[in-house]
Each structure stands twice: as C-alpha cells, then as structure tokens.
Design a protein around this ligand. Structure first.
Ligand code: IVH
Length: 780
C-alpha cells in the first residue's frame, strides 16, 4: 500500500512539474506521449485506490459531475474594476492626477489588458480550494469545478513562502488558436459559432457540465494578489515583484509584463503592444497601467469601484455598430463572385471602414443578413473588415433579404455554384465550401480586367505602367479582349488613348514589347488558372515541358505531377477546355518567345504514366490499386481492357466474382468506353502511353540490343566502375539487373572477391562473365 501511495505522490508531482514547465515557463520538458503515459498510469492507480488520490492530482482536470446550478459566493474583498483612458491626453491627465498626490514620481507596472473573464482563485495552505467569477464585484458564482479543468491553473502552489490563505486574481481567456479550432468544429457540424474569443471563454467557463469546459482549451494569467491571510504576511513591496512571486509559486503570468519608469516609456509600451497585438496568441483590448510601488498604491487608495493607482489605456475598438446599406457582388479574376457588404462608414480598428467581405453565400445565410440591418463590424489588425453578427433587436420589419444573383451583373452569363471540400487544420474535419463562379470567362469585363492586371503583375509578365485606369480604357475602347492583345497594340493605339502623349505612348509601347520573352513557368502562371500559383506553375513547366503538353494533358495524367490533386487538375482542364481561353493561349503563344526553349515531358512523368495508374483513375467500382495492377499485367492497353470478355476475365487468378461483375458492367457502358479510348488516344498522341518509348531530353536508349530484357546479377568488386555504375550502364542498354541469382538469371558478372552468388550460379549452370568480358560486350 505504501508503495502505491508513494507512486501516486511521485506521479502527481512529476505531472504537475511538467505542467508548470509547459504553462508557466513556456518550455515543455517531455514529449506529449510521455506525459500521456504518466497520466494513464496515475489514472490506473487512482481508479484502483480512489482514496489515495491527492487534492492536486492532474487527473481532476477532465471535469466531473454536472451541476444543477452555480452556487453564489461572496468575495472576501470586493473585486474592483478599472477606469479607462482612450488617448494620450487622457493618459497624461491620469498621470498628473496620480503624480500630484505622490511626493515621488511613480513607476508603472504595464500589462496587456486580457480580453477574457476576471476570476478569483483561493489557495488554502497552497492547495486550490475555490474559484469564482467576478459577478457584480461583491457576489460571484462558484466555478471551482470548471476552473480546475484549466491546465495552466496550478492545483497546488510550488515551493514555499506562500501565505496560509492566498487569493490569486487573474483572467481566464481562450487563446486565438483554440477559438479558431472551436469554431471550425462548430462550423463543420453546422452549429452556432462564437462571435469572439471572449464570448467563447465566457460560454465555456459558465458551463454546469465541467467536462465541456475541460474540452475547450481555456488559459489563465494571474494579474494581482487578492486577499492574503494573515494580513501581516510579508509580501514583495512592488506589484511587479508580487507578480514574479506568483509566477514562482506556479501561477502563469503574461510575459509582456514590464515596469516603465516615466511617461515616454509607458507610451512606447502602449505603442509596442498595439503594433504587436495581432501577433499575440490571445486577444487584448488595451494595456493596464498600475502604479508599481505598493506603498504609493496605498497612498492613492480607491474611488468608488476602481483604484486611483491604475487605469486601462484602451486600444481603438475593433468592433463597432453600423448599418448595412446593401450588398455588391464582385467578380474576381477567375470568375469567383464575392459578396461585399456596403456599410455606412464607421471608424473601427483605427480606420474608417465602408466595405466588409461576406466571403460567400453560406456566410450571408449564416449571418441571416438583410438589407438595412444593424450589424457589428470587426476590423482586427490588417485583417479585412468582417461582419460579426446582426443586431436582431434593431431589425426593421421591412428589411429585405439578400439574394445571390443568378446571372453575372457585369456580363450576364449564368453564375455556377461550385462545392469544394476543404480540409481543416484541425485533423479530421472537412468543410464544404460553396463558391459561385461567373461562367463568362474572359468575355466578362470584370474577369478580363482582373486577368490583365494579374497578367502584367511582377510575378507574371512584369510589365510596368499598366495601371487600373489604363486597363479599363483599353477594354472600354475594345482594343483588348484578352491579355495577349496587349502585345498586338501599336504605338498609334496608345497615342489615340485619352491622357496619352507621344512620349508616354512610346514608353508604354516599349515596356510591353520589352517583355515578350518569358519562361514557360511564368507563361503558365500568367494564364491565371484558378488554383495554379507559383509552385504549381513551376511543376507544370518542369514536368510537361511545353505549352502544347500543358494544354493537352488529360486530367488523369495531370494527377501524375507531384502535388497536383483532383481540384487543381480539374481547374486546369476546365480552363483548357474553354474555347475562349484556348484562343487566348494560342494567340499568346504566337506573340511571345518562350526561353529557355520548351523541352517536353519529363522522364519522371513518362515513367509513372503506366496503365495501372489510368485503370485506378477510371474509378471502376470495387477496383482499386491491387486489382488495377493485376489487370495491367494481363491487358496491354485500355482498349484491350474494354474488349475483355467473361471468359478472358475468368482466367485471371485473384479476380473475385464481385470485381469481375463490376468490371464487366463498367466496360459495357458506352460513355465509359468512349472516355477511356479518348484518354488512350491522347496519351498516345502525347507520347505518354506505356507501350511507347520515351522521347524527351534525358532520353535513355531503348534500341533493341544484345542486352535488351536479359537478366544480370552482379557480385564482387570491379576496377573500372562501381557496382552501381555498372548496374546503370546495363540498364541503359535495356538489361534487368537483379540482386540475387535464380534459374531465370541469364548472366552473372563476377568481380574480385565474388562470394556465394558465384557458387550458386555455377551450380545452376549460369553463364559467368568477368570484368573484361563485360567491358567488351558493352562496347560492341
Ligand atoms: S487589474 C483593481 N490587470 O479588466 C484592478 N485587470 O476593466 C483589477 N483585466 O475586471 C484589475 N487584464 O477582468 C487587471 N492585466 C490586468 C487585466 C485586467 C484584463 C480585466 C479584468 C477586470 C477588467 C477591468
């Protein structure tokens, strides 16, 4: 029994120590897996001997029985709030008020103002006893079980020197990453989203079922001492030192806490935190400035419900209320239609905002947005302004619902709905994202304009001097119908444009003509295919090697390119199959010079372009990789496969009845047959068919020779080449080189110190060559 008790104590201490290293020191000391292992062991022991579990056991953080209501608790000392200042003048006035009452100029302890909920935590003899919300400052709610689940809250204080009764005050909050994760999950399940991390923290903490709280990744930072008993207990003389003392006792304290000695340093602190606000792992809404010296604090005392010695210097609000005047639908380069909210201008996050993105139709539905609604707008850091929610209480009865247009407002073409599955950062969740696309392609002026701006941008053709205004002019007068037309413009065309003189016309004309030479990679990027960014364009250029191949490469063959999946492949094919785009590419190809010269398909793609790959990608029900490989051994081509009969399939070992049936059904359908035969034809035309020879640049000689299809085994060492060189040499002549001797081996090449392979080959009567003979044969 004693041994078990000791082990429980040892595990509890060790786990709490790791917790401290992780949450307070921010320096994890063991891998998660090891932590989990220790945790499981402790859980086991506690399950067998519940009476031995310690008060500070980390196993208690998983949550317990649900409550029917929260009990009320009266704070031992009221929990105060803070006065606010919103500008430098207001801060100066605060500083003066404070300074006037003190014989010596105060220094300030400066802290981030965490955007969460204030809590009070009591430790008796160092053990976590009770936690409560602030409530009205006098009476709060007992949330002990919920706060116990927060991993950064110590269940037992560390070290020594803490008073018998200690109240730690601080903020419970939800880090931004945890907030995103909670909302991602809710979105995937179609549940209601939390509006911001503060609400998420509040919603998670005020749960009668502490198991829910445990699942929510809340965090805690201490920012003050509360009640201390006995009152005479010796404490540090400054607020900053008291925080550091709390940290030593195991309570996490923000690493952004600093002492600033004068006004300029405090203002610099405010500015610094403001600029780094978006990089912090948690939301803050300002900084808190506290007179650092405790004696000075006592001199200053309190007014009503707030201390005179502290203030919150608030950042400009990131959320404001305004009116939604209407919704515009913007058409982007690739045709994506994005709804944009037109707002009554409002000052938020430090700038005046009059537009906010609405992302897509789902977002409008989620917000249940109506024209004329009062909405909460949020602008955080450099992030695009967003509508957070509708203030339903203010909705007018006549508020009109918002309809997504069926036709493009610019060109009138039908708008198509595309549903894509996006994988979320949080492991197993998928999100269905519906986007709307204008089907007009380059016929749509909006798409044309965006395409041209993109086409001339730095990473594409890099043409200077073609600003939005000029592009619009060129489109409006009908001089440019696709980006390739830019190269056909003459000096006279430019002179005729409004606002152009001889000099400026000449300059722009030269700038365009100057950029006629381009790499294949940039050429592909400039086409502006959806989902094809720099990296994909590079891979396409590298592996397909020419415009012709990129244009003609079938969907299934595109999948052979590293990192090209079905979405990208589908976008490329859709683009190429559109007549207007096809013409654009043809015209562009005629206008420019591709340098370095186009090479053709890479050896990698040729070698991976095997029948098996295409059989898999026919998506024949029940037939995946293994069966596809089986079929590829028997049938030489897709055509051959589509000629298969019941009898011919019967003779294939390992093909189950079920799969045979599925295959016969599949090949009997005309559309499947047509698709496969067409695919095979294109592969042959491109030289990508497995029955063909590679004719790209790094060509290997596949001319019939003595070596073609002969099997070699190498043993021992050679003087003129390494074993590997010799292997490559033989393979380049069409031979197969294997690792071990069998009766199917044609030749054994034996060098110095040949071993058991030689003995075995001799026994099997296999022809044996020495180094000289192989050199002779190779040079023949
Ligand atoms: S000190 C007597 N420090 O702000 C002073 N409060 O607006 C009590 N808050 O209820 C508060 N970060 O929830 C303090 N570093 C910080 C804070 C902070 C956030 C919250 C706290 C308080 C509210 C007052």
């Amino acid at each position: 029994m004693q041994a078990i008790q000791d082990e429980i104590k040892q595990l509890t201490d060790e786990l709490n120590q790791h917790n401290y290293r992780y949450y307070v020191d921010d320096a994890p000391s063991i891998p998660d897996a090891e932590y989990d292992r220790l945790m499981r062991r402790l859980q086991e022991l506690e399950a067998e001997h519940p009476e031995l579990a310690l008060a500070d056991s980390p196993t208690q953080r998983v949550g317990g029985e649900a409550l029917s209501k929260f009990n009320q608790v009266t704070h031992l000392n009221p929990m105060l709030s803070l006065d606010n200042v919103f500008s430098e003048e207001e801060f100066n006035a605060f500083y003066k008020r404070v300074g006037d009452k003190l014989p010596e100029a105060p220094a300030f302890c400066c802290e981030p103002k965490l955007d969460g909920l204030a809590v009070s935590i009591l430790y008796r003899d160092g053990v976590f006893e009770r936690a409560a919300t602030r409530g009205d400052g006098t009476v709060g709610e007992d949330i002990t079980e919920n706060v116990r689940t927060i991993k950064s809250v110590p269940l037992r204080l560390r070290g020594s020197g803490f008073p018998p009764l200690l109240e730690v005050r601080g903020e419970v909050f939800m880090p931004k990453a945890a907030f995103e994760a909670v909302n991602d999950k809710a979105r995937a399940k179609g549940e209601k989203l939390f509006v911001n991390p503060r609400n998420a923290a509040a919603g998670s903490l005020r749960q009668l079922d502490s198991k829910i709280t445990a699942s929510r990744s809340l965090a805690f930072y201490a920012y003050a001492l509360g009640v201390v008993e006995p009152e005479t207990w010796p404490l540090a003389a400054s607020h900053f030192e008291q925080l550091m003392q709390l940290k030593e006792w195991g309570c996490p304290v923000s690493s952004e806490v600093k002492v600033c000695a004068d006004i300029p340093t405090v203002l610099a602190y405010y500015q610094d935190i403001l600029t780094r606000r978006s990089e912090l792992a948690y939301e803050i809404d300002g900084v808190v400035l506290k007179v650092n010296d405790i004696a000075q604090q006592q001199t200053l005392g309190f007014v009503a419900k707030a201390p005179r010695w502290a203030t919150a210097y608030k950042f400009p609000a990131q959320e404001e209320i305004t009116l939604l005047e209407g919704v515009d639908f913007q058409v982007g380069r690739t045709g994506a239609v994005t709804p944009v909210a037109r707002l009554q201008p409002v000052f938020v996050g430090g700038v005046t905002v009059s537009n906010a993105t609405l992302h897509n139709a789902d977002e409008i539905a989620r917000l249940d947005l109506r024209e004329g609604d009062t909405v909460i707008v949020r602008r955080a850091g450099d992030v695009i302004p967003q509508i957070v929610s509708v203030v339903l209480e203010k909705r007018q009865s006549e508020a009109k619902s918002i309809k997504f247009p069926e036709n493009c407002l610019v060109c009138g073409s039908p708008i198509e709905k595309v549903v894509k599955q996006k994988k979320l950062k949080t492991k197993s969740h998928f999100l269905e994202q519906a986007t709307h696309k204008c089907s007009g392609g380059l016929k749509c002026r909006a798409q044309l304009k965006e395409s041209i701006s993109y086409f001339v941008s730095k990473k594409c053709f890099d043409i200077d001097g073609l600003g939005d205004k000029i592009v619009e002019q060129l489109i409006n007068v009908g001089l440019v119908n696709n980006p390739a037309d830019l190269f056909k413009l003459s000096y006279d065309d430019f002179v005729s444009l409004e606002g152009f003189g001889e000099l400026s016309a000449r300059k722009l004309f030269d700038a365009i003509q100057d950029k006629k030479t381009i790499s294949l990679e940039r050429f592909v990027l400039a086409l502006g295919i959806a989902e094809v960014g720099d990296a994909t364009a590079r891979e396409l250029a590298k592996h397909l090697g020419s415009v012709k191949f990129i244009v003609e490469c079938p969907f299934e063959a595109l999948l052979l390119i590293p990192d090209v999946g079905t979405d990208v492949s589908r976008e490329i094919r859709d683009f190429m199959d559109n007549d207007v785009n096809f013409n654009f590419i043809k015209e562009l190809y005629n206008e420019v010079n591709i340098k370095p010269t186009e090479k053709g398909i890479s050896k990698y793609i040729f070698e991976h372009s095997k029948m098996e790959h295409y059989v898999v990608n026919l998506h024949i029900p029940t037939i995946a990789k293994v069966t596809a490989s089986l079929l590829s051994d028997v049938f030489v081509s897709l055509e051959d496969l589509f000629e298969a009969t019941f009898e011919s399939l019967l003779s294939i070992n390992g093909l189950t009845d079920k799969r045979r049936k599925a295959l016969l059904k599949f090949i009997s359908e005309q559309c499947n047959r047509e698709h496969a035969l067409k695919l095979e034809l294109v592969l042959k035309k491109l030289g990508l068919h497995w029955t063909q020879n590679y004719d790209g640049e790094d060509e290997i000689s596949l001319v019939e020779s003595f070596f073609t299809d002969k099997t070699f085994v190498l043993t021992g060492s050679f003087t003129s080449f390494t074993r590997n060189d010799l292997k490559n040499l033989l393979e380049s002549k069409g031979a197969k080189v294997l690792g071990s001797v069998s009766k199917n081996t044609n030749f054994l090449i034996a060098g110095e110190k040949a071993g058991s392979k030689l003995t075995k080959a001799e026994a099997l009567g296999i022809e044996i060559w020495d180094e000289n003979l192989v050199k002779e044969k190779l040079s023949e």
